[in-house]
Design a protein around this ligand. Structure first.
Ligand SMILES: [Zn+2]
Ligand SMILES: [Zn+2]
Length: 210
C-alpha cells in the first residue's frame, strides 16, 4: 500500500467517526451535535440534538402530567444535578465561558460535604430556592470562565456575605471583622459609626469604645 493511499483511508475514517447522519432530519452533522447514549452501538443518539429537543417538546405538550411526574422524580433523586444545571445556565447567560459539565459540577458539590468557610453541612432542597446552607458556586479568580480549577463550592450564606469580593478581599474583610471589638452599649441610639479598617485603611477605633 502506497503512502498516499494510507493517508486517504485514515482521513476517510476520521470523517466517518466525526460525522453522523440524523435519523430524523437526515442531515449529516458533526458528532458533538448528537447527545450521548450508552445503549447505542456508537454511544450516540440516532437523532441530532435539535431533533431530540423537538421530539421532547412535542411529547411534553401531548402528555404534560407524565413529564411533570418524571421531572419531580428526577428532582428528588438528583437535587445537586438540578442545582448545577441552573447554576451553569445562569453563568452562561451572564457571558461566562463554561468549561465544566453539569455532571462534573454536580459531583464537585456532592463531594464538598461541608462549606469550606463556615463548616456547615451542605444540603439542597428541591425547587424552593436556596437555603443558607445550599451549595453555591464561587470563583477563585476574576476570569470569565467557569472551570474545575478556578471554582469551589461554598454555602449560599457565605457566598452572599462574600458578595463581589475576591477571595483576598474577603479574607481582608474577615480580618477587619475579627478586629472589630465594639462596645455596643456605647453606640445604642448613637449616630456615630465605629471606625474600623473596613475600607482597607488602618484600624482605628475610638478609645471610648474599647
Ligand atoms: Zn436531526
Ligand atoms: Zn459557609
Amino acid at each position: 500500500m502506497c503512502v498516499t493511499h494510507t493517508v486517504v483511508i485514515i482521513a476517510s475514517e476520521i470523517n466517518i467517526m466525526d460525522k453522523k447522519k440524523c435519523y430524523r432530519c437526515g442531515k449529516i452533522k458533526t458528532i458533538d451535535k448528537f447527545s450521548r447514549n450508552r445503549t447505542r452501538p456508537d454511544g450516540k443518539n440516532a437523532l441530532c440534538k435539535t431533533c431530540s429537543s423537538e421530539v421532547e417538546r412535542v411529547r411534553r405538550k401531548e402528555n404534560p402530567e407524565k413529564y411533570k411526574e418524571r421531572d419531580m422524580a428526577f428532582r428528588n433523586k438528583r437535587p445537586f444535578y438540578i442545582w448545577a444545571q441552573a447554576t451553569l445556565y445562569k453563568h452562561k447567560e451572564k457571558g461566562f465561558q463554561i468549561m465544566i459539565s453539569i455532571k462534573e459540577l454536580e459531583e464537585l458539590a456532592l463531594n464538598t460535604k461541608k462549606c469550606p468557610i463556615c463548616g456547615c453541612k451542605l444540603t439542597r432542597s428541591n425547587g424552593k430556592g436556596p437555603k443558607n446552607n445550599s451549595p453555591s458556586l464561587d470563583r477563585l479568580d476574576n476570569g470569565h470562565t467557569i472551570a474545575k480549577d478556578n471554582i469551589w463550592i461554598i454555602c449560599h450564606q457565605c457566598n452572599k456575605t462574600k458578595g463581589g469580593r475576591t477571595l483576598d478581599e474577603f479574607m481582608e474583610y474577615c480580618k477587619n471583622v475579627g478586629r472589630l471589638d465594639v462596645d455596643r452599649d456605647a453606640y445604642k441610639g448613637s449616630t456615630d459609626t465605629p471606625q474600623t479598617a473596613m475600607m482597607g485603611t488602618t484600624l482605628t477605633v475610638e478609645p471610648h469604645t474599647l
